[in-house]
Design a protein around this ligand. Structure first.
Ligand code: UTP
Length: 293
């Protein structure tokens, strides 16, 4: 295998320029990625997962009305000064600290699709393999999803996507893989299709919001036509790379919550709240009460 496809993963792209229409009116002035699961915005969970995997540089692909995401990772000088004066600890702000220079924001301008959003980061990604995180997919595991993928990448190189099994009737909302040989959590990817009809889906293994891709994908995206939903689809670009470079899927050992949907968002909130030392018991009692148990 070509050693170039094994370079370490130092950069991650976070496409956050979507319109978040499913959460309107909440997302009219607040980016979807800033909606909190308890006390951390969705983007924070994704950034924490990236750092755990050893990723240094964070590239946000943003759009109009999304500045709160960049502000969240900036130093809040007045807040910090006031908190210090009042002898309050700054510990809760710790996860929002990024080393100067390690956060770059580029604008997508018009939300033409996920593939187009990724392509907007091409100059910053340069000639290196990179990770992609869709922050509305909340992945909870130990180690985290990207860390599991980086470990697999160390062995396999090339391109990797995280997948999970869903009931067959749900496949048409997602990108689906045509699986080849399986070895433990690793599945060879022979094909990819975005939002297939249920009958036409090659499997029930769906792409779940985490990717490690080689920089050549940018050149494929450059000439990409619109696909499903009239958007420039990342899945279509990845499909064109199969056969050119190694392409594998990693089945994530952990839990995934689809926080792009309202029910998934509530599920994530409840699941994480129930597990917390500071509130789990109270939330459990409330849930019993609400359910009339
Ligand atoms: P979604 O399909 O969830 O779209 O995008 P959305 O616009 O955020 O939400 P809805 O469907 O209108 O409610 C998946 C990810 O890709 C990003 C989104 O920000 C989200 O993280 N995205 C999507 C872009 O950055 N640009 C796009 O043109 C489309």
């Amino acid at each position: 295998m070509n050693d170039a496809t094994r370079k370490p993963i130092r950069k991650a792209v976070f496409p956050v320029a979507g319109l978040g229409t499913r959460f309107l009116p909440a997302t009219k002035a607040i980016p979807k990625e800033m909606l909190p699961i308890i006390d951390r915005p969705l983007i924070q969970y994704a950034v924490d997962e990236a750092r755990e995997a050893g990723i240094e540089q964070l590239i946000f692909v943003t759009g109009r009305g999304k500045t709160a995401i960049v502000e969240h990772f900036d130093m809040a000088f007045e807040l910090e000064t006031t908190m210090k004066e009042r002898a309050k600890t700054l510990e809760l702000l710790e996860p929002t600290r990024i080393q100067p220079g390690n956060l770059v924001a580029v604008r997508q301008q018009v939300p033409l699709g996920l593939g187009h959003a990724i392509w907007c980061a091409r100059a910053i990604v340069g000639d290196e393999p990179f990770a992609i995180f869709l922050p509305d997919e909340l992945m909870i595991g130990q180690p985290g999803c990207m860390k599991q993928m980086v470990e697999a990448y160390g062995e396999l190189g090339g391109n990797l996507i995280s997948v999970l099994e869903v009931p067959q009737e749900e496949v048409s909302s997602y990108g689906v893989i045509a699986p080849g040989e399986r070895r433990g959590a690793i599945t060879e990817v022979k094909g990819l299709v975005e939002k297939p009809k249920r009958e036409a889906a090659p499997s029930n293994l769906i792409i779940s919001g985490r990717y490690i891709l080689q920089p050549e994908v940018m050149r494929v995206l450059e000439s990409q036509e619109k696909g499903a939903g009239g958007e420039i689809q990342l899945t279509d670009a990845m499909a064109r790379m199969i056969g050119q470079q190694p392409f594998h899927a990693v089945t994530f050992a952990g839990r995934r919550f689809d926080c792009g949907s309202k029910a998934g968002f509530v599920e994530a909130t409840l699941a994480l709240a129930l597990e917390r030392d500071d509130m789990g018991a109270d939330v459990r009692a409330m849930a019993h009460r609400l359910l009339g148990d």
